[in-house]
Design a protein around this ligand. Structure first.
Ligand SMILES: *[C@@H]1O[C@H](CO)[C@@H](O)[C@H](O)[C@H]1NC(C)=O
Length: 485
């Protein structure tokens, strides 16, 4: 059955092809999810690349042990015949790859152990999948966990480790067409090659080219610690494994925080205390000329993270009172480092800001306290802190230790400021929802997404261990749930 279906679809896709694209027919069987890949094509940049080799920086190298990033968007029905849609996506992808030739290359380890992205136009894979029995409602279910058995099949290269970019494409793409006409466009990208900022820049570029708008060009200068000569060695070319148990069972849920809820959290976090030492500090802040809004110095996002930190730590009720609860937040270094690197710097320019408190401290303090704690470590994450982290890494290079070994860690990735809905119109309307694959997920891993309304509302994707089910405890936490809608 699946074989026949595939043959039919491929004729359509191949007939509208462009000469720079190599087509390939591959028979596939239908997985249990009901999402079936019906064609795969190899896509190359439409112009030969002159970019040469791009050396991985000290921010790229640690990511060699991470999974490829898997993020994508649901869109309303394109209302075009499938063959012309596939052909349009593939030809605009080919042009987008010419602007980002690094994404069509391969990793190469040089004799001196440096790892480079060789922009050799080796190509990427574009898959067309169909799911005639599924509709958007099967994926976006209110008041329920994310149906990860379905979402995992929206992406190719499931749980591929970034080091494998030595022999596998650095990006892969999948268009999935659901029974109700809704489509999902998934991108999988090597995490040693891009961080979230560059990932969404590429997504925007592809969408822009597809709908006929002009793209914003990336900056390929290796000026984020590009002068470093530190290397990570993998003897015998044996790549690293991920630093966490990728098979540990998880519950995954997306919590929506309305603009009002976010405002309320921010107001609470910034509330002026009635007296004492704190009042004096707040009084000074109120008169800070850099702070014209008066007391609103703790950001909305930090305030939201503080509530999550309090409630998730409470939900992990087996933690000892004196255990250290850690909140790790991915920080974009592009604007924090001096001199700054371009906002369109291509690659990873991220570090992880760590905030800690004991379980007992979080249990006995309020949102204001937790938010001030997060705010303080993020405020301290300046050029000096970035350079100290860079020197420490160069003194002892290692893979990025993603995971939650003591069960008390929250790792916040992605960003509610990434342009997921804005800038990603491929020509037939704004995205309907963002979803991710199984990559880099473990107990306490969270991802921030802007919510679709674009009014400051936020969606947080939360992964928690299946046992002892802290997700159930979180869902019963009325202090947390009052902000969720
Ligand atoms: C929050 O961080 C800002 C800098 O971003 C700093 O000026 C302010 O004092 C901090 N506020 C609190 C309450 O920690």
């Amino acid at each position: 059955m699946a074989q026949m279906l595939s043959a039919v679809a491929i004729v359509g896709a191949a007939s509208a092809g462009s000469p720079i694209v190599t087509k390939q027919l591959v028979g596939v069987d239908a997985p249990a999810s009901g999402i079936t890949v019906v064609s795969r094509q190899e896509v190359r940049p439409d112009v030969a690349s002159a970019a040469g080799d791009l050396t991985l920086s000290i921010s790229d190298l640690p990511m060699l042990s991470c999974h490829y990033i898997q993020k994508g968007l649901f869109f309303p029905a394109p209302g075009a015949p499938m063959a012309s849609l596939v052909s349009l996506l593939v030809s605009s992808l080919s042009r987008a790859l010419a602007i980002f030739p690094a994404l069509a290359g391969r990793l190469v380890t040089l004799p001196d152990d440096r790892v480079v992205i060789r922009c050799n136009d080796a190509g990427v894979e574009f898959r067309h999948a169909v799911a005639p029995t599924l509709s958007l409602d099967d994926f976006i279910v209110p008041d329920a966990d994310v149906p990860t058995k379905l979402t995992k099949d929206l992406f190719p290269m499931d749980r591929t480790v970034s080091y494998d970019g030595h022999r596998r494409p650095l990006t892969s793409f999948q268009l999935t067409v659901l029974g109700d006409g809704t489509v999902f466009i998934g991108i999988v990208a090597n995490h040693a090659v891009v961080d979230g900022t560059s990932f969404w820049h590429f997504f925007n570029t592809w969408a822009n080219l597809c709908r006929g708008a002009s793209p914003k060009l990336p900056d390929f200068r290796r000026n984020f610690f590009g002068e470093s000569t530190a290397v990570l060695r993998f003897p015998g070319g044996v790549g690293p494994a991920v630093t966490f148990d990728a098979d540990a069972p998880l519950r995954e849920r997306i919590f929506h925080f309305s603009a009002d809820a976010v405002r309320e959290l921010k107001a609470t976090a910034n509330r002026r205390p009635s007296g004492g030492e704190d009042a004096e500090v707040y009084g000074k802040m109120a008169h800070d000329p850099k702070n014209p809004e008066g007391l609103s110095v703790i950001s909305s996002f930090q305030s939201l993270c503080a509530q999550i930190w309090l409630s998730v730590t409470r939900a992990r009720h087996r933690l000892a009172a004196d255990a250290t609860a850690t909140f790790r937040m991915a920080v974009n270094c592009r604007h924090r480092v001096r001199p700054t690197v371009s906002p369109v710097y291509f690659g990873n320019a991220i570090q992880s800001a760590v905030t800690t408190a004991t379980v007992a401290e979080l249990a006995s303090n309020d949102l204001r306290w937790a938010a001030a704690r997060l705010n303080a470590s993020l405020a301290a994450y300046d050029d000096g802190a970035i350079r100290r982290a860079a020197s420490a890494w160069q003194a002892a290079p290692r893979c990025f230790p993603l995971g939650n070994p003591d069960g008390a860690v929250i790792t916040m990735g992605s960003s509610n400021r990434f342009p997921m809905y804005e800038g990603n119109d491929f020509g037939w309307g704004r995205p309907l929802a963002v979803r991710s694959g199984r990559a880099n997920k473990f107990d306490g891993k969270m991802s921030a997404f802007p919510a679709r309304a674009g009014d400051g509302s936020v969606d947080i994707e939360v992964c928690l261990a299946l046992a002892p089910d802290p997700m159930a405890a979180l869902l019963r936490d009325s202090e947390f749930m009052q902000f969720v809608s």
